[in-house]
Design a protein around this ligand. Sequence first.
Ligand SMILES: [Zn+2]
Ligand SMILES: [Zn+2]
Length: 114
Amino acid sequence: MHELGIAKDLLDIVLLKAKENHLNKITKISLMLGEASGIEEDFLRHSLIDHLLSGTIAENCYLEISKEDVKAKCKKCSTEFEPSEMIFDCPSCKSKEIEILSGKDVYVASIEGE
Ligand SMILES: [Zn+2]
Ligand SMILES: [Zn+2]
């Protein structure tokens, strides 16, 4: 197996969006990949391009994968910060009780087609 289950889920969302917008062909898919998602960009790209897109209306489309920075907020003092090197302590009060605001998911940002 050389494909991610999450890539299949993303493709399902892409195809659903295409249907909603009455597209017959998808020319571009833009994905946002969170830095803390734990997903490797190369593997995501490989899963889609080499295994999943062929035979669909998104075959040969341009696949754009943008990285999304990790942003977090301290639950104690409400400081917002960008955790670095997977150190998830609040820089202000050192609390470990933080909430991740963005950067832990991968999602479909937009699609283009005709
Ligand atoms: Zn493969
Ligand atoms: Zn804090």
